[in-house]
Ligand binder design. Structure first.
Ligand SMILES: NC(=O)c1ccc[n+]([C@@H]2O[C@H](COP(=O)([O-])OP(=O)(O)OC[C@H]3O[C@@H](n4cnc5c(N)ncnc54)[C@H](OP(=O)(O)O)[C@@H]3O)[C@@H](O)[C@H]2O)c1
Length: 352
């Protein structure tokens, strides 16, 4: 359950004030404001409180040593960093993406950690949209390692485009990479996990899987669809021995932006993303690996203020809609693109 101590304590303060009948509102507001400054300004937050707790007190990543983990989208960014982190912990790996060259470099980095040997990392080039190769790729994994413990569905592409301008062909292509291909491969793995009596599917969602990310309608819809598919698997087969982890990162430094879909299939993104206020792929991968080691069902990985948006949206959806309607759209886009909004504000004020 996504519980942040701030909201719990704030709730207790309000209830306490009401029950005790003290001069309620003013003192409650003061305590909550102090807590809010502590939680969101003084203490740097990078993830939800549950994940934070498990990083401090849960199983270490090394618990996964010897297991076989297949990561799709492992040639760069979060997937590549996750492969290296897991290799360091002695996890045997299958790494997939389209770029064989990128994968070979990631394999070299994995072996260089000293946690695994050459034969412990299988480079399996795969375009996820080539559905006809999913079963044979899966068979290759099983014949190489004899088992699969965790499938990490991480391959994906983002988008920047205005809602009204997006061609339906783009919607379809984006869903192909981000949803249908991933579900096709997961179905093969989950059938195997059911037969085996255990297994784990981890899915890289996004803030866009929880909220409506501006200029990314098809991408947002694709990440929401993943929650729909996997929450249904959870309710259909809860307790069946197959764990599901939904990992929802906010802005992360990676190659994602440069490979964005736009509103037309043949149109490339023109802007550059200014990686100012983002979590590094390595830090995201560390928290991702902790999620795997502790089989957490859903995690949020992001800096503030985006992290707070997750909480407000989860617990106060009506307020979130109101807040979103109030905040200028340019500000939301800056947050989305990982700009340091506080710094830009100061610069703007100085210029004035
Ligand atoms: N970076 C962020 O801010 C952020 C935030 C939230 C969620 N995410 C999610 O994190 C995941 C990883 O993204 P990233 O940030 O690490 O970006 P990235 O560096 O661009 O990595 C994307 C990976 O997906 C692979 N890929 C793309 N299309 C593919 C296809 N058709 N078949 C197989 N592999 C394919 C890419 O490899 P090839 O090009 O070699 O195939 C690459 O390895 C994505 O699902 C993304 O939506 C990212």
């Amino acid at each position: 359950m996504m519980v942040d101590w701030f909201y719990v304590v704030a709730g207790v303060v309000v209830v306490g004030q009401v029950v005790l009948g003290c001069c309620c509102l003013c003192s409650a507001a003061l305590v909550i404001a102090t807590l809010a400054v502590l939680r969101f300004v003084v203490i740097p937050a990078e993830c939800d409180a549950t994940l934070w707790f498990y990083e401090k007190f849960g199983h270490p990543v090394e618990k996964l040593k010897g297991q076989v983990v297949w990561i799709t989208g492992a040639s760069s960014g979060i997937g590549a960093a996750l492969a290296v982190r897991l290799a360091k912990a002695g996890v045997r790996l299958v790494i997939s993406a389209r770029s064989t060259q990128g994968l070979e470099e990631v394999k070299r980095l994995c072996v260089a950690t000293g946690g695994v040997k050459d034969e412990d990392v299988l480079v399996l080039s795969l375009d996820m949209t080539h559905y006809h190769l999913h079963q044979s790729s899966f068979d290759t994994v099983i014949s190489h390692f004899g088992q699969l413990d965790i499938l990490v569905c991480n391959a994906g592409r983002s988008q920047r485009a205005s809602w009204v301008d997006i061609d339906t062909e783009v919607d379809k292509a984006l869903f192909d990479v981000n949803v249908f291909s991933l579900i096709s491969l997961s179905r093969i793995a989950v059938r195997y996990f059911f037969q085996r009596g255990r297994g784990h599917v981890a899915v890289t969602s996004s803030t866009a899987g929880k909220l409506g990310a501006p200029q990314s309608a098809s991408y947002t819809a694709s990440k929401h669809a993943l929650h729909g598919y996997f929450e249904t698997l959870r309710t259909e087969h809860g307790g069946g021995g197959v764990n599901i982890s939904m990992i929802c990162p906010g802005p992360v430094k990676s190659g994602l932006f440069t490979r964005c879909f736009t509103d037309k299939l043949d149109k490339k993104i023109e802007k550059e993303r200014k990686d100012q206020r983002m979590i590094s792929s390595e830090r995201c991968a560390e928290l991702f690996a902790i999620t795997l080691a502790n089989t957490l069902s859903e995690v949020w990985i992001s800096l503030q203020p985006v992290l707070s948006f997750y909480y407000i949206h989860q617990y106060f959806p009506a307020i979130m809609k109101w807040v979103m309607a109030m905040i200028p759209k340019e500000f939301i886009m800056k947050l989305r693109d990982g700009h340091n909004v506080m710094q830009s504000q100061v610069k703007q004020e100085k210029a004035e």
